[in-house]
Ligand binder design. Sequence first.
Ligand code: FE2
Ligand code: FE2
Length: 272
Amino acid sequence: MRLLFIGDIVGRAGRAVLLDNLPKLRDAWSLDCVIVNGENAAGGFGLTEALCNDILDAGADCVTLGNHAWDQKEALVFIERQDRLLRPLNYPPGTAGRGAYLYEARGGARVLVMNAMGRIFMDPLDDPFAGVDRALTDCPLGSGCDAIVLDFHAETTSEKMAMGHFCDGRASLVIGTHTHVPTADAQLLPGGTAYQTDAGMCGDFDSVIGMSKAEPIQRFTRRISQGRFAPAEGPATLCGVAVETVDRTGLAKMIAPVRLGGRLNEAKPAWP
Ligand SMILES: [Fe+2]
Ligand SMILES: [Fe+2]
């Protein structure tokens, strides 16, 4: 099975690079399942129902979120009727929406997608390791489903690497999001789980993690806010990872970084 995970969509520029490329990639790369993190799609802050539908219509099977999940308050409502939208599974019990769901991919394969959030330098949510462990136990790779993808939305590289190894051999892909900068550590872990610490963003890299530079620099240098953060609007780079799994086990046999357009060096999978 061929999976594509695409990192945080940041604002209009991020949406444009996604909508321009995803329909073509879906066919050209014969993708079975596409997952997109949409937590910054609406002006950098959260996701509206209209934008969620645009991402799904462009060819995503599932949209994940993170700490910006509820920046657009309508998300609390439409997530209840949109089972293709996930928020972190370790929000407190009773939170709107769901954090894991079993999707039917192209060709009928079953793909469990999970979204969880780290706790280091982030909101103090429930234990993501315990929550992910429960989801993996409830729907084991190979017997319960054909592939498992975890979007682990976290600030620190250590917490993300720990989660990767915690899931090694039990998930097809553990991919980090939230820091918006793609890391250079795409690898197959020893147990067969594909891993990259951060997918990177879909956004303009002439920016501070997707936002126009002036206000972040002002806040770092003067410690005074002079306005709102707004997404940078130059040409964006689409960032993510492509993964190929083994049919029988659901484990990964290949992971490749994807970077298309904008300012970053291009990277693509060498599909056979
Ligand atoms: Fe983000
Ligand atoms: Fe985030």
